[in-house]
Structure formats: C-alpha cells, structure tokens
Design a protein around this ligand. Sequence first.
Ligand SMILES: C[S@@+](CC[C@H](N)C(=O)[O-])C[C@H]1O[C@@H](n2cnc3c(N)ncnc32)[C@H](O)[C@@H]1O
Length: 250
Amino acid sequence: MKVYFIGAGPGDPELLTIKAKKVLEKAEIVIYAGSLVNPEILDYAPQAEVYNSAGMTLEEVLGKMEEASEKDQTVARVHTGDPSIYGALQEQIDYLKEVGIAYQIIPGVSSFLAAAAAVEREFTLPDVSQTVIVTRLEGRTPVPEKERLHKLAKHNTSLAIFLSVHMISDVVEELKEEYPIKTPIAVVQKASWSDERVVQGQLSNIVEQVKTAEITKTAMILVGDFLDSDYQHSKLYDKNFSHQFRQAEE
Ligand SMILES: C[S@@+](CC[C@H](N)C(=O)[O-])C[C@H]1O[C@@H](n2cnc3c(N)ncnc32)[C@H](O)[C@@H]1O
C-alpha cells in the first residue's frame, strides 16, 4: 500500500506524466483537488473510488488515506500542476510520515510553465534575465514581509505570479515601484485547457484589459522583459563556442 501524490499538470490531461497515469490506472482510491484538476484525468482510473478534496478538510483527506492503509489499498492523491507549489503538500506527507504510511511524490507540469508555453516565450533569456521568481500576493495565506512583491520586483527578473489575478490592480501598483511602466505583462487563464485565454499588454494598460476580459481566477500573471525584448543567443549552440560536447568551428 502506498499513497502517491501526483502532479496532474495544468489542465490538458495529456500533460500528465506517464508515471502518474500508471498510478491512476492501478489506484483503488483517488482523492483529487476538484477545484482545479481537470476531471477528464479520472478517465484513467475508472476502477477507483473517487473523492473530491475541494469540499473536504485536511483531517478528512488524511482519514481517507488511513482507511485505505488499513485495507491495503493504493491511493492517488491528485494535485493540480506540481504538488510542491501552493499544493498544501507538506502537511499531508509529514502526517503520513508520523503515522508510518508509505508515500511517493510524482512531480507534474506546473501552470507557470504551461503559461510560458502559451505565450511562446523563454523565462531565461541571456542578457535579459537568468532568474524566475515564483510568487503570489498575500491573500488569506500570508506572505513573509521580506517577500513583498515590490521588494522582489527590485531585481527586475522574470516573474510568475500565482493566485493573484483578482488583485491585478494591487499587483501592478507594487510592480510599478520597480519595473518601468512599459514592462510587458501577460495574463494566461486556464493555460493548456481547451478554453485557454491570453491577454498581453504592459504595466500601463493590463488592469483595464484584464477587467474587460473578466478574468478573475485560474490565471497566471507573467511579468518581465522576457515577454518581449531583444536578447543574445545562447552560448550552448553558438558555433564559436566550445563545450564538453562540441568543439567550436575554426
Ligand atoms: C493553489 S495554486 C496551485 C498551483 C499548482 N500547484 C501549479 O503548480 O500550477 C492555484 C493557482 O495556480 C494557477 N493556475 C493553476 N492552473 C492554472 C492554469 N491552467 N493556467 C493558469 N494558471 C493556473 C492560478 O494562479 C491558480 O490561482
């Protein structure tokens, strides 16, 4: 018996890993985060007893895992994207460790990566930014003072902002303290789903665009010059540059 924590990916059921699909095919119990996970992935587990954790407490989720453990059943605990990002994963694995229930974590494609794919941009362009900051605005979950958006913004890196589109005006206000007003910004709703939507603009006009598009949830905010700027080509494929696997051309 084992509990498998699965990253279900951002929405498209084909973005599930092969390993995760194999677990779903053998799982006797599936507990999935119904508010965000695409229910189509449940088609991979027609044999399983299915629970939607959206309406459950932590105790209820852990209780189901303990019941399954007593019956020697395999559990797939399905999170959206990758479970390590805003997934409330730690409290579950720490409890299972405490009570001696075996578990394994299977990573998934996080929505900030699907959002970059949707806008067809690379976060880490040479000479533009070599750093991606994954963050959020404070909601009911606090954010440490030293990680306030205007403080992170000082670095002018590529940014992926989760859980904050309903506060887009506050996001822009904080960013404007450090990023030029013409900095490109994109809002990707439901990246990789069939009804994915993308709104692109600059800090100066994105609030209006997001309001007009009525995007208030399940969206990623991407910020930074990586979205639209000149850049140096990578050294890795530069014909004048040698490395471990290739000699520079004469
Ligand atoms: C509780 S967090 C879970 C994140 C998830 N663990 C991940 O790695 O993507 C939920 C937030 O992730 C973002 N999100 C999840 N799926 C998304 C998608 N398909 N497109 C855009 N943003 C998404 C939104 O910001 C949403 O409010």
